[in-house]
Design a protein around this ligand. Structure first.
Ligand code: PLP
Length: 436
């Protein structure tokens, strides 16, 4: 039984390089974090060897005495970490990640082609909330369900609840989804609850880190972002029937056997460890530091003259609109990457650049060369950064933007080809990604 280094030196060397990259870089991707050694020990444990289809006490395989205890402990800690009454709320901790968790909820609550409304991706929503372009249904959610995204008020950068209400009354969705990947503000849950009730829809929140339980029927979450756990997902559901549906049965059946097989027990073990830590005073202090750091970052960026979507942030991320400077997020992301500052390019509300690369017909220019950048504070707060450090971070980003402007003025023209010359990255348009 060899160590990784002896058994596979090539993979060992690559992991070591990634480890060094993670410790060298300023990690500002809003959806990333550094999990603890204890979580990684559980994730790297023998739990990965075990099959346990089903739920605690109701498995399709033998030998699950300890796995049952691990999953039950994880469920109990999940409810406790979010202050939920076990009589009223249940949780499924088996979703393999955030997107499968969302699709499992849709499978549980909807029939194929039922109507849904989530925040549009170019306005900060997530792919799994039903994104489609004028030419293509992009995510499984928009392929299997009828999606009518709601949007921000472009003049304020806040969700346009009036328009959401008007559209919901006409479209009559069966499910309304709150939550986003790149929206720097809280959602107005009471308002969304009212809209959902008026049209007879379920209300689901795909939460970043805020507490929406009072107003929602179902809450999904990833586990590897603000929560600082292993990569995974959870689905919280009300135990009482909603709109005539027993959510507990429907959701558990949608996870298994609907869409998944054997749970990833190593992840569930790591998640239980992180959920225990999430109840500690240190973690609560960490969470409020994440928000204070984000406010300090937003303030300094504003002083430096940047336009922030919605003018600031209530949570762990800011979205900078670079269009007034006539540069885009892709170029700034690339320049900052060269200086070991990692963040992601992001579309900003109001962009109208749904052009298509002739040879990359399924990739929109908006996704690859969008007009903004998204900056998050969770990961560097884990590494001990305070408000004054995020003032410095804002200044570093500012230097990157200045460099990009210089590069632009030295380039012969505004076309992508000219930029590729000056950043020396011929593979550039193929490396684009949507924000997670
Ligand atoms: N929901 C939201 C709001 C997200 O930001 C993400 C980010 O990735 C997801 C769902 C999808 O999670 P995953 O990448 O784990 O599938």
């Amino acid at each position: 039984d060899y160590s990784l280094k002896d058994a596979d030196p090539e993979m060992h060397a690559l992991i070591e390089k990634e480890k060094q990259r993670q410790s060298r870089c300023l990690e500002l991707i809003a959806s990333e974090n550094f999990t603890s050694r204890a979580v990684m020990e559980a994730v790297g444990s023998c739990l990965t060897n075990k099959y346990s289809e089903g739920l605690p006490g109701k498995r399709y395989y033998g030998g699950n005495e300890y796995i049952d205890q691990i999953e039950t402990l994880c469920q109990r800690r999940a409810l406790k970490a979010f202050g939920l009454d076990e009589e009223k709320w249940g949780v499924n901790v088996q979703p393999l990640s955030g997107s499968p968790a969302n699709f499992e909820v849709y499978t549980a609550l909807l029939q194929p082609h039922d109507r849904i409304m989530g925040l549009d991706l170019p306005h900060g929503g997530h792919l799994s909330h039903g994104f489609m372009t004028p030419k293509r249904r992009v995510s499984g959610t928009s392929i299997y369900f009828e999606s009518m995204p709601y949007r921000l008020d472009e003049s304020t950068g806040f969700v346009d609840y009036d328009m959401l209400e008007k559209t919901a009354v006409l479209f009559r969705p069966k499910l309304i989804i709150a939550g986003a990947s790149a929206y720097p503000r809280d959602f107005d849950y009471p308002r969304m609850r009212k809209i959902a009730d008026a049209v007879g829809a379920f209300l689901m929140m795909d939460m970043a880190h805020i507490n929406p339980f009072e107003f929602c029927d179902v809450v999904t979450t990833t586990t590897h972002k603000s929560l600082r756990g292993p990569r995974g997902g959870m689905i919280f559901y009300r135990k009482d029937p909603v709109l005539g549906i027993n959510l507990e049965g429907a959701i558990n059946n949608a996870v298994f056997p609907g869409l998944q097989g054997g749970p990833h027990n190593h992840t569930i073990g790591g998640l239980a460890v992180c959920l225990d830590h999430a109840q500690s005073p240190e973690f609560k202090a960490y969470q409020s530091q994440v928000v204070s750091n984000c406010k300090a970052l937003a303030r300094r960026l504003t002083e430096l003259g940047y336009k922030l979507v919605s003018g600031g942030s209530d949570n762990h991320l800011v979205l900078v609109d670079l269009r007034p400077l006539e540069i885009d997020g892709a170029r700034v992301e690339k320049i900052l990457d060269l200086a070991s500052i990692t963040l992601n390019k992001n579309s900003v509300p109001g962009e109208r650049r749904y052009l298509y690369f002739p040879l990359l017909t399924n990739v929109s220019l908006l996704a690859l060369v969008p007009g903004g950048i998204r900056i998050g504070t969770p990961a560097m707060t884990t590494r001990g950064f305070k408000e004054e450090d995020f003032v410095t971070v804002a200044e570093c980003i500012h230097s990157g933007v200045q460099l990009t402007l210089e590069a632009k003025s030295s380039a012969p023209g505004p076309k992508l080809k000219d930029f590729m010359d000056y950043v020396e990255a011929p593979d550039f348009p193929l490396r684009g990604s949507l924000s997670a």
